[in-house]
Design a binder for this molecule. Structure first.
Ligand code: KIV
Length: 303
């Protein structure tokens, strides 16, 4: 589809309809996997939208890949609002989900509704994402009752992982996997429209996918999920400080960008840029007048 063609906006109902398994766990083979990616600004939202992704997530991964924080915890509501509204101006077709930053929903249900409402009203998102399982079921159902669709997020949850623990695969033991399973069921019951499964064993991701009615969207959770999400900067090779094992790089833009900036610097130093085609000129008659005026002023000053 060309960018000029009309693209119908993806709705929460469209995402729910993309669930690939029925309630008996049978593969319905219905529709394609859901494609989701993160974006944090207007130009990349335009591009992701043109690429026809189903969901754009303004993730708090911005803390790492855009804002230069060591993790996602310092990200504020204000920062999320700026990024969400920039992305919403660029994304017209994809369902837009905004991440609730750390401490914007943990203190109270009232806080969660107020902050989620701001992401919708001021940030222009269609839905919000919150990290956590059973412990946040009451919050999820309050948000859904308030009319705000919620995407769940369990498995590796960066907001609550102790800094020293680092990236750790979740659901390796039967107990840990069962906890994830129970969390997913609680989120489903609370009314989420999808669940992100981050860095879990593929076995538990498959069990959850076969057991919940809502689509699962995996990131480092194997191929059984109903959809996949990746961080834009990992896909583009834009952030080379750290790339998780589960991320696949589809381009390597970081060295290309550096090369372009180095070439620009070289041309400035060598007086090759700006060239004639980047330069503005006065009309010859105006230039003549200007020369005459400057000459008069100069002789006046030298007297
Ligand atoms: O913040 C984010 O980008 C996320 C994705 C990794 C799912 O939560």
């Amino acid at each position: 589809m060309s960018s000029a063609e009309f693209r119908r906006k993806v709705s929460v109902a469209d995402i729910l309809a993309r669930k690939r398994r029925d309630k008996f766990g049978m593969d319905k083979r219905k529709g394609q996997h859901i494609v989701a990616i993160t974006s944090y600004d207007y130009p990349t939202a335009l591009i992701a939208d043109r690429a026809n992704v189903d969901i754009i997530l303004v993730g708090d991964s911005a803390g790492n890949v855009v804002l230069g924080y060591p993790n996602t915890k310092p990200v504020t509501m204000q920062e999320m609002l700026i990024m969400c509204s920039s992305v919403s101006r660029g994304s017209k077709g994809a369902l837009l989900v905004g991440d609730m930053p750390f401490m914007s929903y943990q203190v109270s249900v009232e806080d969660a509704i107020r902050n989620a409402g701001r992401l919708v009203k001021e940030g222009g998102v269609d839905a919000v994402k919150i990290e956590g399982g059973r412990a946040f079921a009451t919050t999820v159902s309050a948000l859904v009752k308030a009319g705000i669709p919620v995407m769940g997020h369990i498995g590796f949850t960066p907001q609550t992982t102790p800094s020293l623990e680092g990236y750790k695969v979740q659901g390796k033991t039967s107990e840990a996997a069962l906890t994830l399973f129970d969390d997913a069921k609680a989120l489903e019951e609370a009314g989420v429209f999808s669940i992100v499964l981050e860095m879990t064993t593929s076995e538990v991701a498959e069990m959850i996918t076969n057991s919940v009615k809502v689509p699962t969207i995996g990131i480092g959770a194997g191929s059984s999920c109903d959809g996949q999400i990746l961080v834009l900067h990992d896909v583009l090779g834009l952030f080379d400080k750290f790339t998780p094992k589960f991320a696949k790089r589809y381009a390597n833009l970081s060295p290309e960008i550096q090369q372009a900036i180095e070439e620009y610097a070289r041309e400035v130093i060598d007086s090759k840029f700006p060239a004639e085609e980047h330069t503005f000129h006065m009309e010859e008659s105006e230039l003549e007048k200007l020369r005459a005026k400057v000459a008069t002023k100069a002789s006046f000053i030298s007297k």
